[in-house]
Design a protein around this ligand. Structure first.
Ligand SMILES: [Zn+2]
Length: 122
């Protein structure tokens, strides 16, 4: 049995893996929780209960919050943010992975709405 998976360790690349049916079922069953168990996505300072209070406190300790209460703005470029979120570096050439991509022109958005019809009643 061959299936597609995402390798998070290798820059989130999509890969194929072949295993026998028994091994596939074993791996699949690892994702099923026992009865009455729930999966927790965030815990500690990031849990829903603490997010507003504890996270704010942590930011204050780390010096992210200015005394007036406003958070410092650290401007990230969209490339930095995209790299942080997806692990894909869009400034590197996708075919050779060596060259650096440079923006030559900015593409303006196009309008695909149908042309307006003029109706004349004589
Ligand atoms: Zn290239």
């Amino acid at each position: 049995m061959t299936f597609r998976f995402r390798d998070y360790k290798d820059h989130n690349k999509s890969k194929l893996m072949t295993v026998d049916a028994l091994e596939f079922i074993r791996r699949f069953l690892l994702h099923i929780l026992p009865d009455r168990f729930v999966r927790i996505r965030h815990y500690g300072i990031l849990s829903n209960r603490n997010r507003k209070t504890k996270l704010k406190e942590c930011k204050k300790i780390l010096g992210v919050i200015i005394e007036s209460g406003q958070e410092k703005e650290e401007k990230e470029t969209w490339e930095e943010l995209l790299f942080k979120l997806t692990g894909v570096n869009h400034t590197i050439c996708p075919s050779c992975s060596k060259g650096k991509m440079i923006r030559k022109i900015k593409l303006e958005p196009r309008c695909y709405s149908p042309p307006k019809l003029k109706v004349q009643i004589a």
